[in-house]
Design a protein around this ligand. Structure first.
Ligand SMILES: Nc1ncnc2c1ncn2[C@@H]1O[C@H](COP(=O)(O)OP(=O)(O)O)[C@@H](O)[C@H]1O
Ligand SMILES: [Mg+2]
Length: 459
């Protein structure tokens, strides 16, 4: 997002919004200067002209425009704060508000939903759906794209492919197109084979009977073959081998949380919460930032709250934390992967390659990996572990759409118990059979996926 531009942002939020009306305010200033001595014909004339210009520029509508976006984006109480002191999410909101004030014909939005909380997101989706102008968005938020986009342009291998629908439509349609393309390729290959076979036969017959007519026909077909536009073999999408098998299943009661309270100092995060997970359930833990989701998952993993957190028999946990660290950050990918892998070096390298860690890359130290690479390496470890409970803390944060789709598919197939934190509404919809939402330090259970939660939550 380009706004606010590279100007100095050491100013109040309201100044950022006002910047959009700089020209109008200049006219207004001139009007004020003239106001004090409107005593001759000439100054009255100039004032009249300025006033006309002011109206044309929408000067009288400035307050209304500002108040409309402040209301929608709920930023009234931010107006007098310094822009630089805002959180990432708050900055995003102010930037969007500032952009919307001008109501431009074309909006270019680069990842506009990062950092927005769900309530603001939903308001924003509605706003964009009703927007009169054209909007060009780049986003990894599939739920958002489903709500807002009416056309998808996929750019791959330097070419564009156009899909007249939203994200889910694109997904189905691209699969259909891939299949069709592969069919076409296969049919053409068959045809080519058949033609080559015919040429061979005609030649044989021609030389046996010494008949030039056969050679002529063979030549004809050869010419046709040469002129043919041969289709390239469509590339198959490379899939991560995310096959979460389990070694041994756990008992039916996987996790029982009884009267658990967690505080940091005098601040209580969770107060007397209770919930229960059964074997094979897929449950999403939701809650606003800072409500204690990660803290709860960590509590399940360490034994500090033994009295209140009871794990079932044969429970074997595989965990990906929100912030990924490796025990020894100086180790290389190969070394880290070695700890969890039981095969030979060659097998290990082959397995890593399937996770897109190729060749010399496996010698990279894990501390230097990107967020997405760290998640991939953790997934590699997780696969080896064959755990029967997966506890994943915001696993989709750093990964691209393709990897998300693969992870989603793999987790759908997973037979064990899945307990995960996520803000990714598409991901939650695809996986969750139940949503546990942290509300006022308690857990509220919704017996469905994200859309179910959205429909049934109390406002
Ligand atoms: N070890 C700790 N000591 C003190 N405060 C903590 C600690 N860990 C987390 N917190 C605070 O507890 C709150 C909940 O954190 P967290 O569980 O990470 O929230 P989230 O729901 O976003 O995952 C936050 O305000 C965080 O700053
Ligand atoms: Mg967290």
């Amino acid at each position: 997002m380009q706004i606010p531009p590279k100007e100095n942002n050491d100013c109040l939020v309201k100044d950022i919004l006002m910047r959009n009306f700089k020209e109008i305010f200049e006219v207004e200033k001139k009007m004020h200067e003239l106001e004090s001595n409107l005593n001759d014909e000439k100054s009255l004339m100039s004032y009249g002209k300025l006033e006309e210009q002011y109206e044309k520029m929408g000067g009288y509508k400035v307050d209304e425009k500002i108040s409309k976006v402040c209301h929608g984006f709920k930023i009234y109480d931010m107006l007098d704060r310094n822009y630089n002191t805002l959180s990432g999410g708050e900055k995003t909101i102010v930037n969007l508000a500032s952009l919307m004030i001008l109501n431009p014909d074309i909006l270019l939005l680069d990842e506009p939903t990062n950092h927005l909380d769900i309530d603001t997101l939903e308001w924003f989706e509605n706003f964009l759906r009703n927007y009169k102008g054209t909007i060009l968005i780049s986003s990894h938020d599939r739920y958002f794209l489903d709500k807002v986009a009416t056309k998808v342009v996929l750019i791959a291998h330097g070419k564009e492919d156009i899909y007249c629908g939203n994200y889910t439509y694109y997904l189905k349609e691209s699969e259909r197109r891939d299949l069709a393309e592969f069919e076409q390729y296969k049919n053409q290959q068959k045809q080519i084979e058949a033609m080559k076979e015919t040429i061979k036969k005609l030649r044989e017959w021609g030389s046996r009977g010494d008949n030039p007519r056969f050679f002529k026909r063979a030549h004809c077909i050869e010419r046709r073959l040469e002129k043919m536009e041969v289709l390239e073999k469509p590339e198959k999408k490379k899939n991560l081998p995310l096959d979460f098998v389990i070694d041994e299943r756990s008992g039916k009661d996987v996790l029982t949380v009884e009267d658990l309270s967690i505080s940091f100092g005098s601040r209580e995060l969770l107060s007397h919460i209770n919930f229960h997970l059964q074997y094979g359930e897929k449950v999403c833990l939701m809650g606003k930032n800072g409500t204690g989701k990660s803290t709860l998952l960590k509590a399940i993993l360490n034994s500090e709250y033994k009295e209140n957190i009871i794990l079932g028999s044969h429970a074997m946990i595989g965990y990906i934390p929100q912030e990924i660290h490796f025990e020894n950050e100086k180790e290389t990918i190969l070394e880290v992967a070695r700890h969890s892998f039981s095969g030979t070096e060659t097998q290990l390298r082959a397995s890593l390659a399937k996770f897109f860690f190729y060749g010399e890359n496996v010698k990279k130290r894990v501390e230097s990996l990107s967020g997405g690479e760290k998640v991939r390496l953790k997934l590699f470890e997780l696969i080896q572990k064959k755990a029967n409970i997966l506890i994943l803390d915001e696993p989709t944060n750093h990964i691209d759409i393709d990897t998300k789709e693969m992870l989603e598919e793999a987790l759908k197939e997973y037979q064990g118990t899945l307990f995960f934190v996520s803000h990714d509404r598409y991901f939650i919809n695809a996986l969750a059979e139940r949503v546990l939402n942290i509300e006022d330090k308690s857990i509220v259970s919704y017996l469905g996926n994200y859309d179910f939660y959205k429909e049934h939550r109390k406002e």
